[in-house]
Design a protein around this ligand. Structure first.
Ligand code: P6P
Length: 338
């Protein structure tokens, strides 16, 4: 039955991580401490976002440009700095890799004792801030494997199945943190009055099939014919509804909780699609599989992709098993004809 509300109020993030791992080995303690650091970063960013538009420095541009070639809004730079400073103090993370940094950043104080690498997108969908719509942070934790001399971070390019933990923070009407350490997917809601993330859903499971498809149909003419076949199909068949917020974390969160499929396909101009593998699609693919769903590039599982560089992009089809398979069937159909 439902735990008494007090118990639920006291299931904080760090306690939850320890509970899951049962064993209190070094990994359990480390992952619990790391999730606590993520929570601290999330609280700092959430607080800043709640003032966006009021406080100088949250909106507007720094004039710099990130790996996307997008002009960096101040909040992206601020959020990137938050993760760096929070994890400097952790003593656990030796290296940070972010969309906002061309090369990974080694935390000198923590190396070489640091056992982990954090990969993250500090603020995803920052263009949504100006219209006060949701944005998110995405993170992935991997083992620190040696010190790469030339900073090419070859060890980070291994498949997403090497991830120890992954998740995201959704800065929406409430701030939610959703994570997995390989033992199911769990969500926490920030209680600002407590300053704590309190457990809200455990062992979230994606339904095998859902009615939502989430894709930017404005790119329709950029896609391969197979994706257009899929869109024509869902237009013609009852029971589908389109939802697209234009920010990955919010669009994925909707699929995780309601079922269906999110797609960001490749296009003629960008065959690899727009979204980054190591700190966007691989962490979400980790969650999707942990929640009983799937994440595909259209031809292979996202979690099997081995990157050839840090900021590599992949096409992504992610969500309920049956919905992902339906999209793939159109891709396979066209491939047979070629
Ligand atoms: P489009 C936001 O800029 C972002 O990186 C993701 O958060 C989002 O899923 C995607 O790009 C939206 O791209 O081309 O649909 O505007």
């Amino acid at each position: 039955g439902q735990e008494p509300s007090l118990d639920r109020d006291c299931t904080t993030l760090s306690r939850h991580v320890l509970q899951q791992l049962q064993s209190f080995g070094p990994d359990a303690q480390d992952l619990s401490a790391l999730m606590n650091r993520i929570a601290l970063a999330a609280k700092l960013i959430s607080r800043r976002l709640s003032r966006s538009g009021l406080v100088e420095g949250v909106l507007g541009f720094t004039g710099e440009v990130n790996v996307q070639g997008e002009s960096v809004k101040r909040i992206d730079a601020y959020a990137n700095e938050v993760f760096i400073s929070v994890f400097k103090q952790s003593g656990l993370v030796c290296r940070l890799a972010s969309e906002e940094m061309e090369k990974p950043y080694y935390i000198p104080e923590n190396c070489p004792i640091g056992r982990y690498t954090l990969l993250y997108d500090p603020i995803d969908g920052s263009s949504n801030i100006d219209s006060n719509l949701n944005v998110g942070s995405i993170f992935s934790i991997r083992q620190q494997e040696g010190i790469d001399e030339d900073g090419s971070a070859q060890d980070l390019l291994q498949s997403g199945r090497k991830q120890l933990a992954a998740g995201y923070v959704l800065y929406g009407p409430s701030t939610m943190l959703v994570y997995s350490i390989g033992k199911g997917v769990h969500s926490f809601t920030l209680d600002p009055s407590l300053g704590e993330f309190i457990l809200s859903s455990e062992n979230i499971q994606l339904p095998d099939c859902g009615s939502i498809y989430s894709v930017n149909e404005g790119n329709f003419w950029q896609w391969d014919e197979s994706l257009r076949d899929y869109i024509r199909y869902v237009h013609r068949h009852e029971g589908y509804t389109a939802r697209y917020g234009g920010a990955l974390v919010g669009d994925f969160h909707r699929i995780l909780f309601e079922g269906g499929v999110f797609l960001y396909p490749g296009s003629v101009k960008q065959p690899e699609g727009k979204l980054r593998l190591l700190y966007e699609t691989a962490p979400l693919a980790f969650l999707a599989e942990q929640a009983g769903g799937r994440a595909s590039t259209g031809v292979e599982e996202i979690l099997d992709v081995v990157a050839d560089h840090l900021h590599q992009r992949t096409p992504v089809i992610i969500g309920s098993k049956d919905n992902v398979e339906l999209v793939e069937s159109f891709i396979q159909e066209r491939a047979r004809e070629e």
